[in-house]
Design a protein around this ligand. Structure first.
Ligand code: COA
Length: 155
């Protein structure tokens, strides 16, 4: 598996992963996804094998007052490639990008019912910050997680 930054020609494959991983209304629209991957405030990493994308992750710098933060917009691995450490490696890559953007903390929201993703985040050292009711469509709750980014930490 090769890990590299997103390139514009990846878009169709990247969006095909979104379509496999999320159904409407939970899915990002094509236009919003395109906005994210093109944003100068975001970094997108892909996992690729033999010309096919197996997964990707997007982190965005947030412009809140106070300490610089980064936010994980999404992390997605194709079902046939899960459980092989790809998600964990993508997390390491986007955390390194977040540090490079100057962020001292990285945050995310996850559907409270998404037990698999929650375990991945906990395994990666993310700390539970609280529950946000009705955060997602259909009144589904989100859990907020956060991790301090040590500037000297190996990436
Ligand atoms: C969440 C997701 C990205 C994880 O990707 P992955 O490549 O399967 O994750 P990894 O193989 O790197 O696993 C990372 C860790 O979580 C654990 N883990 C992964 N999936 C798990 C599951 N379903 N149940 C229990 N543990 C799990 C692994 O054992 C591993 O732990 P370790 O580092 O201690 O060995 C993937 O399941 C996915 O794409 N899900 C659908 C999209 C989604 O929900 N994304 C999150 C949006 S908030």
């Amino acid at each position: 598996m090769r890990y590299r930054p997103y390139a514009p020609e990846d878009f169709d494959q990247l969006y095909a992963i979104e379509e496999v991983c999320f159904q409407p209304p939970f899915r990002f629209g094509r236009g919003y996804m395109r906005h994210l991957v093109l944003s100068l405030d975001a970094a997108t990493w892909v996992a690729e094998e033999n010309g096919w994308l197996a997964g990707f992750a997007i982190v965005e710098r947030t412009r809140e007052p106070g300490q610089p933060m980064a936010y994980i917009q999404t992390i997605e691995v194709m079902p046939g490639h899960r459980g092989q450490g790809i998600g964990a490696e993508l997390m390491r890559r986007i955390e390194a990008s977040a540090r490079a953007m100057g962020a001292q903390t990285i945050r995310l929201h996850v559907d409270a019912e998404n037990a698999g993703a929650i375990r991945v985040y906990q395994a990666q050292g993310y700390l539970y910050e609280g529950r946000e009711e009705n955060y997602y469509p259909w009144g589904r709750d989100a859990l907020a997680y956060e991790k301090p980014l040590e500037s000297g930490e190996a990436s």
